[in-house]
Design a protein around this ligand. Structure first.
Ligand code: NAD
Ligand code: GLY
Length: 362
C-alpha cells in the first residue's frame, strides 16, 4: 500500500478531493465521509465488475448497496443504456440523498455521471476510475455524457463528483494498449502546461510502461493536479480548459476516418498531438527539434506518431465535424513551446487542405 496523494478541485462549495494511491479499495470506511448513511448505487461494466466490485462493496460497510453491470464498450454509451440505469434507480426507490458510484473506465464514468446528473434532477456521485485515461482525465472535471448517432458526447451535463478515488492497483489488470492510450493524455499535460513534467516523462517512459507503481502514482497525481487547476479556472470550457483538447481535433478525425473502434481514443490523440506539433512548427511557433522530442516520447510510450493513410479531403471533412469548429473556422490547440499552448483559429484556413496534404504524406 503506497502513501496516498491528494489533489483538490477548487470549485467553492462544490470542491472535492482526488485521492491517488495503491490499495485504496482495501480501506474500509474510506468513502464514509462522502456517503454518510445514504444508500449506494454502483454503475460498473461486465469487465470491471467481476474484477473490483467485490472489493468496493467490502469497503462500503452494511448500508444498502445495489449495482448495475453495463455491457462493455463505447457502443453502449447511449441514451438506451442511460435509461436502463435510471430504470434501476427508480425501481429500487433510490431517494435524492442516494450516492451513485461509477467503477470503470471513461465510458462507465461518463454515463454513470450523467445518470447522477439527471436522476431526480441530480444526486451525488463518486468516481472510481479504473483505466489510466479515466484516472488522469475523464473522472476529473465533471463532464458527463452519452453519445448520439450524430456524434460523440453530444448529450450530457456538467455535474461534478463529490470525490474521485484513484486506486492505482486497478491498473494491474489493464491491457497494455489501454495503458499506452492513457499515457497519451498524460503527455498532453506536459505539453500544454509544464515543460519540466514533459522532461520527467522522457526520463521515465520505460518505468511507466513497466507499470512501476511510484512512477504511475506520480504521473497520475501530476496530471490530476494540472487538470484540477484548469477546471477550477474554467469549469465550463469558456477559455483555458479548451487547451485539454490538444491533438483532439486531429484525433477525432483519425478515429472517424479509421472507423470507430479501430484506433483507441488515446492512440488517435497521440498521433493527433504529433500532427498539431508539426503544424505548429509549420506555422513557425514551435521549434522543429521540439517536434522531434514529442514524436520520440510518443513512440517510446508505445503510441502511434502518424495518422492512418487517409486522403486530405476526407480528413479535413472529418476535422470540420469536430465540436471545436466555430463560425465555420477550425480552431486548433497549437504549441508555442513544450509547456505552452494556445487555442487559435488564426492560421491560413484556406491553405488547410494543402497543409494537410503535406502532413498526411510525411
Ligand atoms: P473504456 O471505459 O471503454 O475502458 C477501456 C477498456 O478497459 C474497456 O474494455 C473497459 O472495460 C476496460 N477496463 C477498464 N478498467 C479496467 C481494468 N482496471 N482492468 C481491465 N480492464 C479494464 O475507455 P476509456 O479509455 O477509459 O474512456 C474512454 C471514454 O472516456 C470515451 O467515451 C470518452 O468520450 C470519455 N472521455 C471523457 C472525458 C471527460 O472529461 N468526461 C475525457 C476523456 C475521455
Ligand atoms: N477531457 C477534456 C475536459 O475534461 O475538458
Amino acid at each position: 500500500m503506497s502513501e496516498r496523494i491528494e489533489q483538490r478541485v477548487e470549485l467553492g462549495e462544490r470542491s472535492y478531493p482526488i485521492w491517488i494511491g495503491g490499495g485504496l479499495l482495501s480501506e474500509p470506511g474510506i468513502l464514509d465521509a462522502f456517503i454518510g448513511a445514504a444508500d449506494v448505487f454502483v454503475v460498473t461494466n461486465d469487465v470491471v465488475g467481476p474484477l473490483y466490485l467485490h472489493a468496493l462493496t467490502g469497503i462500503l460497510g452494511t448500508r444498502r448497496i445495489d449495482h448495475v453491470e453495463l455491457p462493455d464498450g463505447e457502443a453502449h454509451k447511449t441514451m438506451a443504456t442511460l435509461e436502463s440505469i435510471l430504470d434501476r434507480l427508480i425501481a429500487g426507490r433510490f431517494a435524492r440523498d442516494a450516492v451513485l458510484i461509477t467503477l470503470g473506465g471513461g465510458v462507465v464514468g461518463d454515463i454513470g455521471g450523467f445518470a447522477a446528473a439527471t436522476y431526480q434532477r441530480g444526486i451525488r456521485f463518486i468516481q472510481l476510475p479504473t483505466t489510466l485515461l479515466a484516472q488522469v482525465d475523464s473522472a476529473v472535471g465533471g463532464k458527463t455524457a452519452v453519445n448520439h448517432p450524430g456524434g460523440k458526447n453530444l448529450i450530457g451535463a456538467f455535474h461534478q463528483p463529490s470525490a474521485v478515488l484513484v486506486d492505482t492497483d486497478t491498473l494491474a489488470t489493464l491491457p497494455d494498449r489501454e495503458l499506452s492510450a492513457g499515457l497519451a493524455e498524460v503527455v498532453k499535460y506536459g505539453l500544454i502546461v509544464d515543460a519540466e513534467f514533459f522532461g520527467w516523462l522522457e526520463a521515465h517512459a520505460a518505468d511507466l510502461l513497466a507499470r512501476d507503481p511510484a512512477a504511475l502514482q506520480y504521473a497520475i497525481a501530476q496530471s490530476c493536479r494540472f487538470k484540477a487547476r484548469l477546471v477550477a479556472e474554467d469549469e465550463r470550457e469558456q477559455g483555458r480548459r479548451a487547451l485539454l483538447n490538444l491533438g483532439h481535433t486531429y484525433g477525432h478525425a483519425i478515429e472517424r476516418c479509421a472507423g470507430y473502434g479501430q484506433w483507441l481514443h488515446g492512440e488517435a490523440v497521440a498521433a493527433g498531438i504529433c500532427m498539431a506539433a508539426a503544424f505548429s512548427a509549420r506555422l513557425g511557433t514551435l521549434k522543429p527539434q521540439d517536434v522531434e522530442r514529442i514524436r520520440k516520447l510518443t513512440a517510446a510510450l508505445g503510441l502511434p506518431t502518424t495518422p492512418p493513410p487517409v486522403g486530405a479531403e476526407e480528413f479535413l471533412a472529418a476535422m470540420s465535424i469536430d465540436k471545436k469548429v466555430a463560425g465555420g473556422r477550425i480552431r486548433l490547440v497549437l504549441l508555442r513551446a513544450i509547456g505552452a499552448a494556445e487555442l487559435t483559429a488564426d492560421f491560413p484556413q484556406d491553405d488547410m487542405l494543402a497543409l494537410l496534404t503535406e502532413q498526411l504524406q510525411q
